[in-house]
Write a new protein. Structure first.
Length: 237
């Protein structure tokens, strides 16, 4: 039986990413488990696996050494929802020890954990998926107060950050974008990205939805600009 100590890392993107950590070439580490039920989730394979055995620490260290040998200076801790895993603090600590700048991806649902992580990471990206009133229906999470607190913490305490929204044409109208803008008012950066349908999405209805058009993304960006310092459309638009 394999008795090697296990990390919270369930998977690692094989190649370094040029898009997941602004300004840095980055390794991407996946933790499992999520408390949202998004039918459009691109990482659905990592949902509902809380407690799954992670990679051995020796393997994670070998992977990190290889990345560092190839001039990779950033590390992204993502999921699933990383703040659900008690081991998130340990992996952040080890990545720092191994010389990486660290970015955390979060859905903002656990502000208490997030507050403890903020001094330990260099960049935070929080998904602001919908207007507050739409969360319960779209992702099955109703604690808007927790999300609001996470937005406040990030805005006030993060070293660097972004809020981001994946725009789905059928669900993000002008009113909802204005509500999102009001929610994150005063933020330094809000990123918009296109929804891209894939065959493995959890909800069959989402698989049939169209990819978000460039003109819709531009219109949403215009709606957000009065509320935040900078709006960025990420992708090829």
């Amino acid at each position: 039986m394999d008795s090697a100590p296990r990390s919270p890392v369930y998977g690692v993107l094989q190649n370094a990413s040029m898009v997941d950590f602004p300004g840095r070439l980055a390794a991407v580490f996946f933790l499992t488990g999520c408390n949202f039920k998004c039918g459009f989730c691109h990482n659905a394979a990592l949902m509902n696996r809380t407690g799954a055995a992670g990679l051995p620490w020796t393997e994670v260290e070998q992977i990190c050494r290889k990345f560092r040998d190839n001039w990779v200076a950033g590390a992204v801790v993502t999921g699933g929802e990383p703040t659900l895993n008690p081991g998130v603090f340990h992996i952040v600590e080890k990545l720092r020890e191994w010389g990486f700048a660290i970015k955390l991806d979060t859905n903002g649902s656990r502000p208490g954990v997030l507050e403890k992580l903020l001094p330990r990471v260099d960049y935070v990206a929080m998904d602001v998926k919908f207007a507050p009133a739409d969360y319960s229906k779209r992702v099955g999470f109703a604690d808007v107060a927790a999300l609001t607190e996470s937005i406040r913490l990030i805005r006030e305490k993060a070293a660097a950050y972004e809020f981001r929204t994946t725009v789905i044409e059928a669900w993000h109208d002008a009113d909802s974008m204005r509500a999102i803008g009001e929610w994150v008012r005063g933020a330094e950066l809000h990123v918009l990205q296109a929804f891209v349908p894939r065959a493995e999405l959890p909800d069959p209805a989402c698989r049939a939805m169209p990819e978000t058009r460039a003109e819709i993304l531009r219109a949403c960006a215009d709606l957000l600009r009065p509320y935040v310092a900078r709006v960025e459309i990420r992708g090829e638009f």
